[in-house]
Design a protein around this ligand. Structure first.
Ligand SMILES: [Fe+2]
Length: 215
């Protein structure tokens, strides 16, 4: 059962349809030093927007006011693959882009640093483990830092295709490892993308996600 978790309280299917969320930065300038404007234009305005458009085409006027996470969870429980894929990819991309910041500071809130150190021995060890997990995620999918409410631990997990964190695992940070996320700038070199990714992670957002997840 997919976790019904309101990581983004504003991500609902509003009357009139789901909408592409605004990004927290000007995507027309890319997201330096990792993503070019062309890469982000394709990923956000073409790929993410296509998931939103297809989700609305499937749902019509159904599920108005419902969260995207709940729509994905119900679709998965019902075995509705096409609906799950569009809803989950809308959620996953909103979560991914929402945690992104151009030239993000390397420093992070003390609570987050303490949690990463407690669970992974050091922040650097966490980053290395996360990058290794992303590189090892076969095919298309997502790499996540999750907070597991079952044992109150942070974990790094992979999902395939449109997969979202499940069960007791709540999302804290994600990295899109579909080739469409990085191919313009990094071609087939996912390890290079993974090595650069933390330069655009907004640690303030990650800390806020963790605070919500661990409530
Ligand atoms: Fe993507």
């Amino acid at each position: 059962m997919t976790q019904v978790y309101t990581a983004l309280p504003s991500l609902v299917k509003a009357p009139g349809g789901a909408t592409l969320p605004e990004l927290p930065f000007d995507y027309t300038q890319g997201c330096p030093p990792v993503f070019s404007a062309h890469q982000l234009e394709l990923h956000y305005k073409k790929h993410h927007n296509a998931y939103v458009t297809k989700l609305n085409a499937i749902l019509g006027d159904k599920e108005e006011g419902e969260t995207i996470e709940a729509i994905a969870a119900k679709a998965k429980a019902a075995g509705d693959g096409p609906l799950f894929n569009q809803a989950a990819q809308h959620f996953n991309h909103a979560f991914y882009f929402g945690g992104m910041k151009p030239n993000a500071p390397d420093t992070m809130p003390a609570d987050l640093e303490a949690a990463l150190t407690k669970n992974f021995e050091s922040v650097d060890a966490f980053k290395t483990a996360f990058m290794d997990k992303a590189v090892g995620n076969f095919g298309s999918g997502w790499t996540w830092l999750v907070y597991d409410t079952a044992d109150a631990k942070l974990k790094i997990v992979n999902t395939g295709n449109a997969g979202m964190p499940e069960g007791t695992q709540r999302p804290v940070l994600t990295m899109d490892v579909w080739e469409h996320a990085y191919y313009v700038d990094f071609e087939n070199r996912r390890p290079d993308y993974a090595a650069e990714y933390f330069k655009i992670v907004d640690w303030e957002v990650v800390a806020a996600n963790l605070a919500r997840a661990s409530q």
